[in-house]
Design a protein around this ligand. Structure first.
Ligand code: SF4
Ligand code: SF4
Length: 482
């Protein structure tokens, strides 16, 4: 088993080679001996056509099996497929010439000039070609690009979307933070997205409120990145920000091609929809020093302006004027209502209970077409911390450390407790109403049954009298007999 595991790649390569050879021979036989058998053309021509078809088909099979099963090249982007495909075919053509040249040379110089000698030469040539093809595929065609350690840290943490832009392209909203951290205007920004939606669909919490606060996650990521950066570049400026940032983060994410702003006012990423947090590293290092390149200004998907979020918003606070300018009144967004301190008006409580979430609101995210095929987060921190609901029992069993790690903690315990109490009271009321409804239904059923029974009794009594009336004449008939 150990041997098989160690040499898996080469064994798979040989098996795929055998498959390609079988396909080559089988296709040649199919066309040469069957398909073209009764076709009116010279035997040389159909021999050549059959050989070409067989070669093309076997090279396609060899390419696909080598890519997927042997060298496990995962990208199927058209550019990658084109580059791998052309270099693979080119390599196969060159080794075909090598094979032909090898045979021609050694037959010419009469090497192994005895019966069967040519077969031995052919086997040797095939072995050489097989080895050359293997190494060309491994080191040229399907060569894995070197991944810089910086990118490796991000990938290990589940951060798949990141891009580099110059700070000059960003909107500076808090310049004092740049000054405080000694960052100058020539710095570069690596914008990162942290998807957070897990498979857990919490009963009364939004996706971001059901997982732990992302600030702690970003802090731990920042420690890992800083440790690496300052070891390699001790004099570099390097600082990770999230939320409390010197730049407009959503704008930076859009400029760097990581997403776009939807009519619901949220950043939407093509893979994770709007269920992403944004963070960024601001550094004096160049993209090259981090193994990155500046983000391309590629054409992006945009908001579909389908109006679904606007129609679904329970608070009616998504709107725009005829110029597309956002005229939403964020003050009435349900997410803001759930986070409001102090007392809520009866309308606000009603809205919160109708939506069912005691912290935040996901309605405009859930209805967005981009969410339909959105992926769940690969980030373990979020997956492991997701809770299914928040009630008083869960809340009171939380240690203060656990409570403080939750996204609702920043408002203090009173606000979330108030919402939980409203939700539990409403739940109890609903359960009581449901129990009463069921009881009523049962009573109604019992009453109907009783009615049916008493009707049945009455009709059988009436039937009994009718029967007696019917029997009497026949009795008379019997007594009349002699
Ligand atoms: S979060 Fe909810 S209330 Fe706020 S805009 Fe979106 S749908 Fe409307
Ligand atoms: S629901 Fe439609 S209009 Fe709203 S953000 Fe998504 S794509 Fe844009």
């Amino acid at each position: 088993m150990g041997f098989l595991r160690r040499h898996r790649k080469f064994i798979m390569y040989i098996l795929c080679g055998v498959l390609a050879t079988l396909i080559n021979s089988g296709t040649y036989w199919l066309f040469n001996d069957i398909v073209f058998k009764n076709v009116d053309m010279s035997s040389n021509l159909y021999n050549v056509i059959s050989t070409v078809i067989a070669w093309v088909l076997s090279v396609i099979v060899a390419f696909v099996t080598n890519k997927v099963l042997v060298f496990k090249s995962k990208s199927f982007r058209p550019m990658v497929l084109f580059s791998e495909g052309t270099s693979f075919i080119l390599a196969r053509l060159l080794t075909f010439l090598l094979d032909a040249g090898f045979m021609a040379l050694f037959v010419q110089i009469n090497l192994l000039d005895f019966a069967g000698g040519q077969h031995i030469l052919k086997i040797a040539s095939t072995l050489i070609v097989t080895l050359v093809n293997y190494f060309v595929s491994e080191f040229l065609v399907f060569r894995k690009k070197h991944v810089h350690h910086f990118a490796r840290i991000l990938m290990a943490e589940g951060v798949e979307y990141y891009a580099c832009i110059p700070l000059s392209k960003c909107k500076i909203t808090k310049p004092y933070l740049l000054y405080k951290n000694g960052i100058d205007k020539n710095a570069n920004v690596i914008v990162m997205l942290f998807p957070y939606r897990t498979r857990v669909k919490a009963e009364n919490l939004t996706a971001y409120a059901s997982v732990k606060d992302y600030h702690a996650y970003v802090e731990s990521l920042s420690d890992k990145l800083e440790k690496y950066i300052f070891r390699k570049h001790p004099t570099a400026q390097f600082k990770v920000f999230t939320d409390h940032s010197p730049i407009d983060e959503v704008h930076a994410a859009c400029v760097s091609g990581l997403g776009f702003i939807g009519d619901n006012g949220l950043l939407i990423n093509e893979k994770y929809s709007s269920f992403v947090f944004v963070g960024e590293c601001i550094t004096s290092l160049t993209p090259k020093q981090l193994g990155l390149a500046f983000a391309d200004e590629e054409e992006m998907r945009t908001c579909l302006h389908c109006g679904l979020c606007k129609r679904a918003c329970p608070a009616g606070c998504i709107d725009s004027d005829e110029n597309g300018k956002d005229t939403s009144n964020k003050g009435v967004c349900l997410s803001a209502i759930t986070q409001k301190k102090g007392e809520l008006s009866s309308e606000e409580v009603e809205l919160m209970l109708k939506n069912g979430s005691i912290w935040g609101c996901d309605v405009c995210q859930n209805v967005c077409p981009y969410t339909k095929n959105a992926k769940y987060t690969p980030i373990k921190y979020f997956i492991d911390s997701a809770i299914t609901r928040l009630d008083m029992e869960t809340l009171s069993s939380m240690s203060s450390e656990e409570f403080n790690s939750r996204p609702f903690a920043w408002r203090g315990p009173d606000t979330i407790k108030r919402n939980v109490i409203f939700w539990e009271e409403a739940k109890l009321k609903r359960e009581k109403e449901e129990a009463e409804r069921l009881l009523k239904e049962e009573e109604e059923k019992a009453r109907r049954l009783e009615d049916e029974l008493s009707k049945g009794e009455a009709s059988s009594e009436a039937n009994g009298e009718e029967c007696q009336a019917e029997v009497l004449p026949s009795e008379l008939e019997v007594t009349d007999e002699p």
